[in-house]
Ligand binder design. Structure first.
Ligand SMILES: [Zn+2]
Length: 155
């Protein structure tokens, strides 16, 4: 069966985050705050990829990710790729890189953690385990799986 082209519009300038682990696109959008500005964001959930695994995809108009943001994606989806689109073409394509640490954007799941009680910015070191990020809180020193992590609520 011939694969149908994606029925989402092409973007002129911006970023396409592809090969996102299925089910993670919404979390990535919340963590990276990709919804906050006045630009077009297109999300595809549970799309069939070439390997027949399901994947999510995010297209963001006029936004280019920082290295920190690409690292935050890697925590939740280590095989994601970032396509930088310029004039409707892929100008650059790279794989996200697992960062050594992640600061401020995630909440410590431990309610008794001093970072929660004193509302100080969080800091986690990333310890990989079979490419699944394990995060250790700098303050309470507890470790958490990536699926336990949530974004900090907007102020
Ligand atoms: Zn903690």
């Amino acid at each position: 069966m011939k694969e149908k082209p994606l029925s989402v519009s092409a973007i002129k300038e911006g970023t396409v985050i592809d090969h996102i682990r299925a089910g993670q696109a919404l979390k990535i959008i919340r963590i990276l705050r990709l919804y906050t500005n006045d630009h077009q964001v297109t999300i595809g959930l549970n799309l069939k990829s070439r390997s027949s695994d399901l994947k999510d995809i995010i297209k963001i108009e006029n936004i280019f990710l920082t290295e920190d943001q690409a690292g935050q994606i890697a925590i939740f989806s280590p095989h994601a790729t970032v396509n930088v689109i310029q004039n409707y073409k892929v100008a650059k394509k790279f794989k996200v890189q697992m960062p050594e640490t992640v600061d401020a954007v995630l909440v410590c799941p431990n309610n008794r953690c001093i970072a929660n009680m004193e509302r100080i910015p969080t800091l986690f070191t990333i310890e990989e385990s079979d490419s699944q990020a394990i995060l250790r809180c700098k303050y309470c020193e507890k470790i958490f799986s990536r699926d336990q992590m949530h974004e900090k609520a907007p102020l």
